[in-house]
Ligand binder design. Structure first.
Ligand SMILES: [Zn+2]
Ligand SMILES: [Zn+2]
Length: 592
């Protein structure tokens, strides 16, 4: 009898031998004759339609690693909801070929994979339709070099059913990119440079302990959320920090500089391959996080959450001073200090291009804070830090998030705390602090960049000033400040919070101005007017007085503010946009 050698042309000694029929496999570790049947046996989802659908897919599979499975829910562990999706540890793990003499079927147990609910209704046909659609989309999911594939979906592993809700869920992979290199653990392409989202976060949490369970849990929670190697925060033993020196004292604690012996996490490229590494020893800033344990972890959490959402301020981790047991946050050292001190010493050298660029950074940070559902509550130029990079670029970022709260968190106390002139009049008048109040502070910072002076520098920061602010007093602008700039700042400082633009509106506007002024190119009349306005404003700067005396440091120290004799906030009748007051530069008296 003649036996037809099924798939004969595909059989190849490089694929290994099939243990069942003893012929060479048709693809690596996979015999098209024997394996599909084997795969389709020995399991059931408990539902015939689902079984039929998956078995049909299994019988047509041509490659071991592409087999779609029914995944029992109890094989998924530690399920966490992240936005609309879930993460889970798949105890059996993805199918992975191993090369032991010849290609062998294997699995990579306990990697994290993604889950998502396939339907709202319990209509099974809808579930299966959606499932098949997603399979088609992910069919061409092999990562393409350097392509941030928008069109191909991540690889699908199978289907599961949540046994407590009966919901069907898709089990699928993270988006992976060939140019990010391969994960040594699961042999898949990485999800980010030198970073595999399935394997690296867990590995990171297993390498250390602070000795305090709450601190460990807090840091580990963030480590598990990290999506890139460079964003991982660390527990930093105090003896890895050298040369600790006090550099500042804020309303809420002290700031130090120190040398971090291990250096920051960085991805380096060694002979074309991305690898996890560390920068050489570097200077970092340390900040005390006083208060009860719950409070200091709250501030640390705010900073770290912003970091993971893309804030410019790099947070590296947490340490504990072994001499007094105080916990300190370790973060980016701002080599140019705060915007406040920067303006006092560098205002003359600052042109509008650079001012717009800084305001653009700040508005971007503020937008991120608001988008994350937070209100800053203590937003002033002393809380904006500046770092100059080797290439000369200056980056501004918002710091001191100690007071920031979730928008829906109610005020814990009646009093407000901060620097008086940055507070919106409605806040001084005991109305709730909203994101619009942060926008008011942004308007004040805009006046500061115009004049180089702290707001109302010549007035005592007391109840008298609070009364005048409620009656419409606003800081002045320097002579020659472009009208469009004054208009935007005045909108931010409107007495009525609902008339103020949102942080993202401000960001959009500054993005536009910044591009026009940076490139010096105008596409239409409107842009030309903007370009000319900022260029002529630049021309005035050298004519301004060169002497700017020092402003006492405590002017920007946050203080407890509590006023009783204020009236309903109004805009000043004089401060319409065209009549905005501008000032000529004169020397500021030394003693304020
Ligand atoms: Zn076979
Ligand atoms: Zn991996």
């Amino acid at each position: 009898m003649l036996v037809f050698n099924e798939f004969g042309s595909k059989r190849n000694d490089k694929n290994g031998k099939c243990a069942n029929c003893n012929r060479y496999n048709t693809s690596s570790a996979w015999c098209q004759t024997c394996d599909p049947q084997k795969t389709a046996l020995g399991w059931t989802s408990g539902n015939k339609n689902i079984d039929d659908c998956i078995k049909e897919l299994q019988l047509n599979a041509t490659n071991y690693e592409d087999v779609i499975e029914w995944i029992p829910f109890n094989r998924l562990d530690n399920i966490q909801k992240i936005g609309e999706e879930f993460l889970a540890v798949w105890l059996d793990g993805v199918r992975l070929k191993q090369y032991i003499k010849e290609p062998t079927q294997s699995r990579n147990p306990s990697c994290k994979e993604k889950l998502k609910i396939l339907h709202e209704s319990k209509n099974l046909l809808e579930v299966l339709c959606k499932f098949k659609d997603l399979l088609v989309q992910s069919k061409d999911s092999s990562p393409k070099f350097y392509e941030l594939s928008q069109d191909s979906s991540p690889k699908v592993y199978g289907l599961t059913q949540n046994t407590s809700t009966d919901e069907y869920m898709l089990v699928f992979d993270f988006q992976r990119y060939a140019h990010c290199g391969k994960c040594a653990n699961c042999n898949r392409y990485n999800t980010n440079l030198a970073w595999c989202q399935s394997c690296d976060p867990q590995k990171t949490t297993q390498e250390w302990t602070s000795g305090n369970k709450d601190v460990d849990n807090c840091i580990k929670e963030f480590q598990l959320k990290s999506t890139s190697y460079e964003d991982v925060i660390d527990w930093i033993p105090f003896n890895r920090l050298n040369n600790v020196q006090k550099i500042g004292e804020g309303g809420f604690g002290s700031v130090f500089s120190a040398t971090w012996l291990d250096g920051k996490r960085t991805v380096s490229n060694v002979a074309g391959e991305f690898i996890q590494s560390r920068t050489p020893t570097c200077i970092v800033a340390l900040k005390t996080l006083p208060g009860s344990q719950e409070n200091f972890l709250r501030e640390f959490k705010s900073y770290t959450e912003f970091r993971l959402m893309g804030s410019n301020l790099e947070v590296y981790g947490l340490t504990q001073d072994t001499t007094n047991n105080e916990y300190l946050m370790v973060f980016q050292y701002a080599n140019k200090g705060s915007l406040h001190t920067f303006l006092l010493s560098n205002f003359r050298e600052l042109n509008w291009k650079s001012k717009l660029n800084q305001l653009f950074d700040i508005s971007q940070n503020l937008t991120k804070i608001h988008n994350a559902g937070y209100v800053h509550r203590d937003f002033h130029s002393g809380n904006i830090l500046q770092n100059q990079y080797i290439n000369g670029n200056l980056l501004s970022y918002i710091a001191d998030l100690g007071l920031s709260r979730k928008k829906d968190e109610s005020d814990l106390e009646d009093s407000i705390y901060g620097v008086l002139p940055y507070f919106a009049p409605e806040v001084l008048y005991k109305r709730p602090y909203t994101i619009a109040a942060d926008v008011y502070s942004f308007g004040i910072i805009m006046t500061e960049l115009s004049t180089g002076r702290p707001p109302h520098y010549d007035i005592k920061y007391d109840e008298g000033l609070a009364i005048r602010i409620c009656n419409g007093l606003r800081p002045e602008f320097a002579k020659g400040t472009p009208e469009c700039y004054i208009k935007l700042a005045n909108e931010c400082m409107d007495a009525n919070p609902s008339n103020r633009p949102s942080a993202s509106n401000i960001y959009d506007e500054l993005f536009r101005w910044n591009n026009i002024v940076r490139d010096g190119v105008a596409k239409d009349r409107d842009e030309l007017a903007i370009l000319k306005a900022f260029q002529s404003a630049d021309a005035i700067i050298p004519k301004l007085s060169t002497k700017l005396s020092n402003c006492p440091k405590d002017k920007l120290t946050s203080k407890l503010l509590n006023f009783k004799n204020l009236s309903e906030p109004v805009n000043s009748s004089l401060s319409s946009i065209s009549a905005s007051k501008t000032i000529d530069f004169v020397d500021i008296p030394t003693d304020l």
